[in-house]
Ligand binder design. Structure first.
Ligand SMILES: Nc1ncnc2c1ncn2[C@@H]1O[C@H](COP(=O)(O)OP(=O)(O)O)[C@@H](O)[C@H]1O
Ligand SMILES: [Mg+2]
Length: 392
């Protein structure tokens, strides 16, 4: 971490070489396959190829820092191993862990059919294991004070603008949830995401949570230069800052879905506290053209959003932030330009939704559209070389 982070030496000492196998040995998600079966243009081979290239870009950022502990830092750390669950022996534990389900929490929150498809275990076994995991974690009806305990334990990542942080409820983006920034081109979505990648690394008193960021870029607009400028503006060592941002370029919607599924492993192994998806639906929009494909697109997007939401649920100390571009020129299947693209699917999926629009010069206006416990309101901030700043 850029600030005095004591973890580094420990992480190095437990470091071992990352296993060679990764996404290549996970078969195409059969569920998605089913949804897409009418869509003949999608060839399995091309999607496999793109996954490999981004896999190596992920590995670039890892620098052999992988620990072999399955325990998570902070709130989600669960003291017992998935092997402690009844019905989970060494073989099943390995299958599940290889598919990314390496915590009791992850198993408890995953639909049985996904454990079957991704973990390659039987349906009955999956149901039994999930039931056991839920019981172990006491998932089910609970009193509000328990829910309050969880809410109190959530942390925040500052956007670097007090005005914007206040709009978000004070302190910035909340962990354990999904936050969506939507707006037209050049309204600052990508800039905010870069800023969060820097600020997540700060100490608590400085507005961060001393964690790393995972950045999935679907549009090719990720710029390390911007991270350097933002880091320097905060007096941080940019080399450290860059090392703590793990980047993957997603080349298709399938690839994007796969990267998020794969991210579970990385979150558990590294100290990831922020997951960025910039942007959520550009690939879906480009690949599914015409009204005939709208239903399957929305279905696939729905599954993807639920993967993202589930990540936030599984890891209460991780914030998931997505961007969504809206167009000033309404097109046939996106309707109202001030509604985020993806329509109802996204609206129901995101916990907090912020609409961005341009103001005077470098100023931008953020409007709170939807949040379970926050008032509607607006905040003005500005885009500068130093990053996201308050207007003087
Ligand atoms: N180095 C910089 N210095 C100042 N402003 C910048 C810099 N880089 C980008 N910006 C601002 O950010 C805007 C782009 O915002 P961005 O977040 O990329 O838009 P989008 O909402 O499309 O993701 C530019 O138009 C500019 O106003
Ligand atoms: Mg952008």
């Amino acid at each position: 971490m850029p600030t005095k982070k004591k973890k580094t030496s420990k992480a190095k000492s437990t470091a071992k070489k990352a296993p060679e196998k990764k996404v290549e040995d996970i078969d195409e998600d059969e569920l998605l396959e089913d949804l897409l079966q009418e869509d003949e243009e999608k060839s399995t081979s091309s999607s496999k190829k793109t996954i490999k290239s981004a896999d190596s870009s992920l590995e670039d950022g890892e620098e052999g820092e992988k620990g072999d502990s399955i325990e998570l830092n902070g709130l989600t750390s669960i003291n017992y191993n998935i092997k402690d669950l009844p019905g989970v022996g060494a073989t099943i534990a390995k299958k599940l862990a290889d598919a990314g389900y390496n915590t009791v929490n992850a198993i408890a929150l995953t639909p049985a059919r996904m454990l079957v498809q991704e973990g390659g275990i039987g349906d009955k076994t999956a149901q039994k294991i999930i039931a056991a995991a839920r019981e172990a974690l006491n998932i089910g009806f609970k009193t509000a004070d328990i829910v309050w305990e969880r809410r109190k334990s959530l942390a925040r990542i500052s956007t670097n603008s007090n005005a914007l942080d206040d709009l978000l409820g004070g302190g910035g983006i909340e962990t354990g949830g999904l936050t969506e920034f939507y707006g037209e081109y050049r309204t600052g979505k990508t800039q905010i995401m870069h800023q969060l990648c820097v600020n997540v690394q700060l100490s608590k008193s400085e507005g961060g949570i001393q964690g790393k960021a995972l950045y999935v870029d679907t549009e090719g607009t990720f710029r390390p230069e911007r991270l350097i400028q933002m880091a320097e503006a905060k007096g941080l060592d940019y080399n450290e800052v860059l090392k703590n941002v793990i980047y993957a370029r997603a080349y298709s919607s399938d690839h994007q879905v796969m990267l998020i599924k794969d991210s579970m492993k990385i979150i558990a192994e590294q100290n990831i506290k922020l997951i960025i998806m910039d942007s959520l639906i550009s690939h879906f929009r480009a690949e599914y053209i015409g009204r005939g494909t709208l239903a399957s697109r929305q279905q696939l997007l729905n599954l993807h959003l639920h993967d993202l939401l589930r990540l936030a649920e599984m890891y209460p100390d991780v914030a998931v932030v997505v961007s969504n571009q809206v167009q000033s020129k309404p097109d046939v299947f996106f309707g109202d330009p001030t509604k985020s693209t993806g329509g109802n699917v996204v609206a129901h999926g995101a916990t907090v939704r912020i609409y961005l629009r341009k103001g005077k010069g470098d100023q931008r206006v953020a409007k709170m559209i939807d949040a379970p416990n926050l008032p509607e309101g607006e905040a003005v901030f500005r885009l500068a070389e130093e990053g996201i700043l308050d207007v003087e």
